[in-house]
Ligand binder design. Structure first.
Ligand code: MOS
Length: 737
């Protein structure tokens, strides 16, 4: 076993000597063919051994109150109905960690619209759905609280141990009073949802006391113990499988469908599938809170910031403690002595707020970077020059060095590639027929995390490699990059490395979340391979550093031996164990980037079309150029959605979202997405992880919406601070036609 805790950098690894040429290459996804041909089986498609029954969730039609009675008389006699569960005393009303809404709550208390109150099980999905509509729930409704700003006065500060505690250094008020130039404005973002392509689904099958659960789950090591706890059984009674996931974005850290399928299957003595509908996801799965962000910037005439404040009000469902960590990206981004990053949390009867791609930065950087654009204009500075003037040498919060930070290079490289020098600073200066053309930019930043991760790697008798971990691939490319790392380490072509993921029988992987998946699980695979390399070297009578592994052969001295021969018939196995450590404190770790956008605003109608986007990113070592680029552009497209389209609109009377489907909750479609380019400034970050990578998945969204917002301002002179930038905000302020 090779274990490394990141209390220090990991020493020389065979990765640095690898000559297979796999690492970093833009290799096609190894699971790509299976996915496009339908051979990849997703949760809802799993075929258990027994005859499958179908569960459909009954959801509350009030936001606050109690369930007086559930009348199932009509529903139970409908065709195909097997059982209706309205009560299950085992279920905790609160599940710590993953959260209360993740377990259904059958105790008669309703605290938000759409809470799951019963489960109908039938022979088909359609029969279960029809019967669910016929379940008559008698509620005693109560008055709910739905308005974030109305509750602002009584809002609470972050709880002890929060991911983002309030951070105040110096006196921003005093800095604002003393500064020659100031900016003080409020920015708002709406409720948002994950909108993953694959809706949540789970299939559960019991064999005596043993449960097999197929789900769409990002992090097994989090979801599996929670499920066991909800069911009141030992964790090793649960085998969890999540081989393919059609997007997660935080929403599939765990969901109520997992618990529902398990209790349903137990109740009817058959395997049960629970698939939530798109409409149900809006209320049954947590989303992103609305945010109300006051940004303050103070600077002297030389453009140096003396104060920076990002103080936010966000909402959360009553009884829960997570909150959108809005200022996460701002914390260590710019110099400036006075700093204020605080959050007030308003408790409402709304859907639970939870992790949605880049919690904090996704919406926080949109506001901060729009404010930076406004401030640059006040100072008469180019927006890029303004940011470079405020580039800190060390982490301005803690005074520690950055592990790697290539923000200035990203800004310069991006400006050159994008053609930033063609931008005319005065808004409304460039016109092509009916279209006003503008350019905007913004900084991207995202904290970097590492997570516990274990992996087993085996050299088979054939001299091939097998990687096993319960790490998941949520569409990001984990199958591929782990094969690349193992192949590079062991000198094997990619088709001689098999990767097995998403099975809780395998060693505990990091899971996919917080952008930590690739660096964490990749490092675990690297560590395991280091052990295998040492063993192969021993069998070659060579030192590892004197041995070359390539194309399935070990080469040392004057010998070139096939790996199969070295393995000698009985497979060699090794475990890699990665643990985060002190490096996360002795270095400030973040990813950085520069976002650019060109937009056209119709001078007559106010319609905004994004013409092109370009991003340059610093994410440490790039493990696969193609999947990395896909992550980056996926995030950038999401930023486009946040700038122009996305909002879950809360009905202040009922506490429900009025636009609960992808027809009404607008996300960018192909026609909205223009020419889009992503590049990387690669610097191997050995302080961040043994494999030298930092997180990548959540960086692309950061700042992307601000670049578009700033481009709209540059195009037509209309400054929008409330997203999305709908026509009604732009049209009235357009210059006369
Ligand atoms: Mo993420 S929002 O931790 O998948």
């Amino acid at each position: 076993m090779s274990e490394h805790k990141m209390d220090a950098d990991y020493g020389p690894s065979a990765l640095d000597r690898g000559v297979q040429g796999l690492l970093g290459k833009g290799i096609d996804r190894t699971d790509g063919v299976a996915k496009v041909t339908g051979a990849a089986i997703y949760a809802a498609e799993q075929k258990p051994k027994g005859k499958l029954a179908y569960g459909y969730a009954v959801t509350a039609t009030i936001a606050v109150g109690t369930v007086k009675a559930v009348d199932t008389t009509a529903a139970i006699s409908m065709p195909g109905v097997i059982q209706i569960i309205t009560d299950d005393p085992r279920l905790p009303s609160e599940s710590p960690n993953i959260g209360a809404d993740m377990a259904p709550r059958f105790d008669g208390v309703v605290e938000s619209y759409g809470q799951i109150v019963a489960l109908v099980i039938a022979e088909s999905f359609e029969q279960a759905r029809a019967a669910a509509m016929a379940v008559a729930v008698d509620y005693v409704p109560q008055k709910g609280a739905f308005d974030t700003m109305a509750g602002a006065a009584t809002a609470k500060s972050p709880h002890e141990g929060a991911m983002l505690p309030d951070v105040v250094a110096g006196d921003v008020d005093a800095a604002m009073a003393a500064a020659e130039f100031t900016h003080d404005a409020t920015y708002t973002t709406p409720y948002q949802v994950h909108a993953a392509m694959e809706p949540h689904a789970a299939v559960a099958e019991w064999d005596g006391d043993d449960l097999t659960l197929y789900g769409s789950i990002q992090i097994m090591r989090a979801a599996r113990p929670l499920l066991a706890k909800s069911l009141g059984i030992e964790v090793d009674r649960v085998r969890m499988l999540s081989p393919y996931i059609g997007g997660g974005f935080g929403g599939k850290i765990g969901g109520p469908e997992i618990v529902l399928a398990a209790i349903g299957a137990q109740a009817v003595g058959r395997p049960v599938r629970v698939a939530l509908t798109r409409q149900q996801l809006f209320h049954s799965i947590f989303g992103r809170s609305d945010t109300h962000q006051r940004i303050r910037l103070a600077a002297n005439a030389d453009g140096k910031l003396t104060g920076i404040g990002q103080d936010s009000i966000v909402s959360q469902k009553v009884g829960l403690s997570f909150f959108e960590p809005v200022a996460l990206g701002a914390l260590s981004l710019y110099a400036g002595a006075a700093r204020s990053f605080t959050t007030k949390i308003v408790k409402l009867n709304v859907t639970r707020a939870g992790a949605v791609r880049a919690p904090g930065e996704a919406v926080g950087m949109m506001a901060l970077e729009t404010a930076m654009d406004e401030m640059a204009e006040k100072l008469g500075l180019d927006p890029i020059a303004f940011r470079k003037l405020n580039e800190p040498d060390v982490d301005p919060m803690r005074g520690v060095p950055f592990s790697t930070r290539r923000l200035v290079d990203c800004l310069d490289d991006g400006a050159a590639r994008f053609g930033w020098d063609a931008r005319v600073a005065t808004p409304g200066s460039v016109r092509e027929g009916d279209w006003l053309i503008g350019m905007g930019m913004a900084t991207a930043a995202r904290v970097n995390f590492l997570a516990n991760s274990d992996a087993r790697v085996r050299l088979t008798a054939d001299g091939d490699a097998e990687v096993e971990t319960d790490m998941t691939d949520i569409g990001t490319g984990t199958y591929t990059i782990l094969a690349q790392i193992a192949g590079e380490m062991l000198g094997l072509p990619i088709d001689r490395v098999k990767v097995f993921l998403g099975d809780s029988d395998h060693p505990d992987g990091a899971g996919s979340g917080g952008s930590f998946g690739a660096a964490s699980s990749g490092s675990a695979v690297q560590l395991a391979c280091d052990d295998l390399v040492a063993e192969l070297a021993r069998r070659m009578d060579a030192k590892p550093e004197d041995m070359t592994l390539k194309d399935g052969h070990a080469i040392a001295g004057n010998k070139r031996v096939p790996l199969a021969e070295l393995v000698g018939g009985s497979p060699i196995e090794a475990m890699g164990v990665l643990r985060p450590g002190r490096n996360s404190r002795t270095y400030a770790q973040a990813t950085h980037g520069a976002q650019f956008a060109e937009v056209a605003v119709n001078a007559v109608t106010g319609e905004v079309r994004v013409r092109r986007m370009l991003g340059v990113f610093d994410c440490g070592r790039i493990l696969n150029a193609k999947t990395a680029r896909s992550q980056a552009i996926g995030g950038m497209i999401w930023g486009l959605g946040y700038a122009l389209h996305e909002a879950a609109v809360l009905d202040q009377r009922s506490g429900s979202y009025v636009n609960r489907d992808l027809g009404e909750y607008h996300i960018p479609v192909n026609a909205d997405v223009p020419q889009i380019e992503a590049y990387f400034i690669e610097e191997i970050d050995n302080h961040a992880s043994p494999v030298g990578a930092k997180g990548i998945g959540e960086l692309g969204i950061s700042g992307a919406g601000a670049a578009i917002t700033n481009a709209v301002y540059n195009a037509c002179g209309v400054r929008v601070r409330d997203w999305p930038m709908t026509l009604d905000q732009i049209l009235p302020s357009l210059p006369p036609v």
